[in-house]
Ligand binder design. Sequence first.
Ligand SMILES: [Ca+2]
Length: 175
Amino acid sequence: MRPYKLPLSSGFTLIELIVGIVVLAISLVVITSFLVPQARQSIDPIYEVRSAELGSSLMNEILAKSFDENSDHTGGGLWRCGETGQPSCTAASDYGPEGEDRGQYNDVDDYHTNGNFISIDDSLGVDLSDIYRNFSYRVNVDSSENGISAAKRIEVIIRAPNGTDYAFSAYRWNY
Ligand SMILES: [Ca+2]
């Protein structure tokens, strides 16, 4: 008669369990280190698109205005500031609105924000900060760049909620 043999015990040893836990921990660290930055970056294209929309619409609005407060505002550009017999153009130190509200801006340098970021509003001065939450913009008007006094360089900077600045620039000539 053959002796009865007990079956060998099956399962994991303590060493195998510890190795398994270590491997699982390492793989979790690798996965999360890939996923977390991507989740954060997934919002970036949305900020970029919204900033591009804001920047181009604000730039279009600015470029549609007169070159200067002392220019012809009738739209025909019959005379220009700085010409013989016409008033001189606004000095760079006086850039900014001449007492106008946002909805009444009539020349390019009215939009000059003097280095400050301000909340988003539309061309009538209606506050849009609820729609563009945590966005802000700054406009810098400079007529001294490269010695070109007959043109104003307009720089629009849109600041996205993540702190990234998107810059747009254009020249407005005296016409
Ligand atoms: Ca003005």
